[in-house]
Design a protein around this ligand. Structure first.
Ligand code: SAH
Length: 380
């Protein structure tokens, strides 16, 4: 049986090389070829002996999810649809900005959490993504963007020349990763952490912990585990300033209510690479966007060093919600800022190709029968 080398973080590579009777430095070589040069062909690994290359060719493969669609929005945002088998497909989004390029990565095929305003939530849930499927998104996107920047087809030699070694970091188009695509990353803890370790590894993507952000709907015990194993920048999807409203919008709140969630955020900050947590707050017209909500929010988060990111709701068919108008968002932002808490408004990117927050739907073979249940519900 062949092993997919995209499943391995550093320890996996080391173990694999040891099993082949190879020295530990081979593990580093392989990691660099695969993750820095984007190579998927062992023959391209020119500093590895021919006999080892042949051995690798029979024992291993480098297989990322296949790109089935590649769309670029008017503002340069690019979205890939990737096939992960058995009728499921996931989405990955690249958001270019003047001084950085952010890749938004999916962690599950669908999502089990059922937040009412999220398109992925409506799709239902199929399964957790594997490490190869998670890191494979960064691998595929890096290759595609390097090829674009070279103005030519991707060639491993070209990529190796531009990108190998520490000095190459400056030319990399992806400077930041956010675990904010489809799925709840903390519900797929082990695979997400293994993939993030590769993002942080100097022999792979070499990103600093501040440049990798994980966003969660608030799985409290897993926030603590993350703090102890792989403390990257943390974003928490708050969306409501009190338990009654949050129970409705983000149902996992019924299990881990606000008090527990905020306490976990405070604990996280002790180890976080940034000295604040980002609270995301989707602005839903007439639901959570009033001045009274802003005041409650200020009281709620006051004890936690934080920034608030207001996200104008991105619509999708049959969502039942409307985006707050810009005056309402500005007023809400003002109330928060008056309390000396930084509040920014997230600009919608790529909404003409359904690539904005909450619009990612991919293709999910729902195992939870969520859609059937919803259709059976009386319309209120
Ligand atoms: N499950 C994780 C990560 C994925 S969602 C989480 O909940 O944080 C990334 C962000 O987009 C979250 O803050 C999410 O609540 C927000 N979001 C979801 N649907 C949205 C929509 N329709 N419009 C705007 N933001 C949305």
């Amino acid at each position: 049986m062949t092993v997919n080398l995209l499943e391995f973080e550093r320890h996996g590579f080391a173990q694999f090389c040891a099993e082949l009777g190879e020295k530990p430095f081979r593990a580093r070589q392989l990691m660099r070829w695969i993750h820095q040069s984007g190579v998927d062909d062992f023959d391209a690994m020119t500093d590895i002996s021919k006999s080892l290359r042949e051995q690798l060719g029979t024992a291993a493969e480098i297989r990322a999810p296949r790109v089935v669609r590649d769309t670029t929005a008017a503002d340069g945002t690019r979205k890939w649809l990737l096939d992960v088998g058995t009728g499921n497909a996931i989405e990955t989004v690249f958001i270019p900005e003047r001084n950085r390029g952010t890749l938004c990565i999916s962690s599950q095929a669908g999502c089990a959490l059922e937040c009412t305003f999220c398109s992925t939530g409506r799709q239902g849930f199929n399964r957790n993504l594997t490490v190869a499927e998670i890191i494979g998104q960064l691998w595929q996107a890096s290759r595609a963007l390097l090829a674009r920047d070279a103005g030519a087809c991707f060639t491993p030699a070209l990529s190796a020349a531009r990108n190998l070694g520490r000095g190459g970091a400056a030319v990399r188009p992806i400077t930041n990763v956010v675990m904010m695509g489809m799925g709840e990353p903390l519900a797929n803890f082990d695979n997400v952490v293994a993939a993030m370790l590769l993002m942080l590894d100097d022999d792979a993507y070499g990103l600093s912990r501040r440049r990798v952000t994980l966003s969660t709907a608030g799985m409290v015990p897993a926030i603590d585990r993350l703090r102890d194993t792989c403390p990257v920048a943390l974003a928490v999807s708050l969306h409501a300033p009190n338990d009654a409203l949050r129970d409705e919008l983000v149902p996992i709140n019924r299990k881990y209510p606000l008090k527990e969630l905020l306490a976990a955020c405070l604990r996280y900050i002790e180890k976080a690479p940034r000295d604040f947590v980002t609270f995301e707050y989707v602005m839903l017209a007439g639901v959570n966007d009033g001045v009274e909500h802003a005041r409650q929010l200020v009281k709620l988060v006051r004890s936690v060093p934080c920034k608030i990111n207001l996200i104008p709701f991105n619509p999708f068919p049959q969502s039942g919600y409307r985006r707050s108008d810009s005056a309402t968002v500005a007023l809400f932002q003002d109330v928060v800022m008056q309390a000396d808490i930084t509040a920014t408004v997230r600009r919608a990117r790529g909404d003409d190709i359904d690539a904005a927050c909450g619009q990612l739907a991919g293709r999910v073979q729902d195992k939870t029968r969520r859609r059937q249940r919803r259709q059976a519900e009386p319309i209120s």
